[in-house]
Design a protein around this ligand. Structure first.
Ligand SMILES: O=C(O)Cc1cc(O)ccc1O
Ligand SMILES: [Fe+2]
Length: 452
């Protein structure tokens, strides 16, 4: 793909960005050593940092792991750009808007089950960054542990500004409205049902492909997401590595003021550059943005009896220092067949040492009644460490009486951010008007059936 020389930022709803998003080229594979050049000859061969980089470009390394981390976890990319990133003026603080960062100390961690409706309509002219709203999280961004859970609701493209997050990588889960992500590495297109990942520190701009856009973001402060081990599942299955797509190089050669907003240790800082930092003409490496279509997930489940634990639905995992204990797992509940014999098929009643934030991308979820005031697309639930939850009354009654024929669950797409540390809600989330204050009621009226 040739260099995208000019910035076509476009207004929300304009066809321009969608046209650009269609037919984008991609590089396939997870964690690969990719390479890409927007102009032939821009990528040096045989070395990373020649005395003079090709075409008068500057060579720059972007490290996503310590230099010394084991090869299997080492992440870095080499960027060949019009100006080095170092050529920038001083950053100064700007208002954090709705963005909050760990440690989350504004409110006490709450053992109650919490559920929210979707974010309210934003004011006209709200872009992705202005529309980011933090629900809560855990850990400590400066210690590089834990995560932030955000939602976004935007009705304008980012124009004249780009964003980067030093605190963590961003897993963007669109629920409504397509996104065109212009990154230092090239362009990514993410529709609802797909997810996009922007690595720590990578500059990007979000353009809307529809009049508005809504979704979820997991800001992972910890180790970069990786594919889970498959163990006895074997060499294939769950999210297959080849279905992850990285962009091909595309650059902007824009001289003129561009606002760069940098999230650093919980605060937003900005500087006005005299050029666009999306000026990378070629790159190679494995610290790269990517998109993944959740419909490609190979769902594995029980073909005999019982409801398996949802760890088999793990798309990506961010390991912590303890093997098997994730800082955060990204889990998807994708269309699948249920065939279990003599089995209560929806999610079971449970209390979990892990904490679970769930969102809904489309349709309904099989443990919860759908519809207004329930678990709806764009809404979310938080079931913190050891809080008792599971099917609501209506689901329990139906599933206990259902005839156990093979059943296709294909009316929804839900996901979970599951984490080893309790999630503390922000003050704005704890007080939000869109918090469902009667959520506990869904488990009221579960009748006593005991006979002795
Ligand atoms: O609470 C939830 O709905 C998530 C979940 C799903 C499942 O199938 C089993 C356990 C679990 O926590
Ligand atoms: Fe659960």
């Amino acid at each position: 793909m040739s260099g995208d020389r000019t910035s076509t930022t476009g207004r929300a709803g304009e066809g321009e960005a969608r046209k650009t998003a269609e037919g984008l080229g991609y590089l396939s594979g997870f964690g690969n050593e990719h390479s890409s050049e927007a102009v032939p000859g821009a990528l040096p061969h045989g070395r990373n940092s020649p005395q003079r980089a090709p075409l008068g470009l500057y060579a720059e390394q972007l490290s996503g792991s310590a230099f010394t981390e084991p090869r299997a976890h080492n992440r870095r990319s080499w960027l060949y750009r019009i100006r080095p990133s170092a050529a920038h003026p001083r950053f100064t603080r700007v208002d954090n808007g709705g963005v909050r960062t760990a440690p989350f100390t504004e409110s006490a961690p709450d053992p109650n089950r919490l559920r929210w409706n979707p974010l309210p309509e934003p004011a006209p002219g709200t872009d992705f960054l202005a529309g980011l709203w933090t629900l809560g999280g855990n850990g400590d961004a400066a210690q590089r542990t834990g995560m932030g859970i955000h939602l976004y609701h935007a009705n304008a493209s980012m124009t004249g500004r780009v964003f980067s997050d030093a605190d963590g990588e961003l897993l963007i889960v669109p629920e409504r409205g397509g996104l065109l992500l212009r990154t230092e590495f090239g362009l990514l297109h993410a529709e609802p049902g797909e997810v996009a990942l922007i690595p720590r520190g990578v500059r990007f701009r979000v353009e809307l492909l529809d009049a508005s856009a809504r979704g979820y973001v997991c800001e992972n402060y910890g180790a970069p997401f990786q594919l889970p081990d498959l163990g006895p599942i074997g060499a294939n299955g769950l999210a297959n590595a080849r279905d992850f797509r990285a962009p091909v190089a595309a650059y902007e050669d824009v001289e003129g003021p561009v606002e760069v907003v940098n999230k650093f240790c919980g605060n937003l800082w900005h500087a006005t550059y005299d050029h666009s930092p999306l000026d990378v003409v070629a790159w190679h490496g494995n610290h790269v943005p990517y998109v993944y279509d959740l419909h490609r997930f190979n769902v594995i489940g029980s073909i005999s009896y019982d409801h398996p634990d949802p760890s088999i639905f793990t798309v990506l995992t961010s390991p912590s220092d303890t093997p098997g204990l994730a800082g955060v797992d990204f889990v998807v509940f994708a269309p699948r067949w249920l065939v279990g014999e003599d089995t209560f098929r929806p999610p079971y009643f449970h209390r979990n040492v892990m904490s679970e934030y769930m969102g809904l991308i489309e349709g309904a979820y099989d443990a919860k009644a759908a519809g207004e005031g329930g678990f709806v697309p764009g809404g979310g639930s938080l079931h913190n460490m050891m809080s008792a939850h599971g099917p609501d009354r209506e689901t329990f009654e139906k599933a206990s009486a259902a005839e156990l024929r093979p059943q296709k669950i294909d009316d929804g797409l839900a996901f979970m951010f599951e984490t080893r540390w309790p999630v503390t809600a922000t003050e704005q989330a704890a007080q939000a008007s869109h918090l469902q204050r009667g959520y506990d009621d869904v488990w009221q009226g579960l009748e006593r059936h005991f006979r002795n």
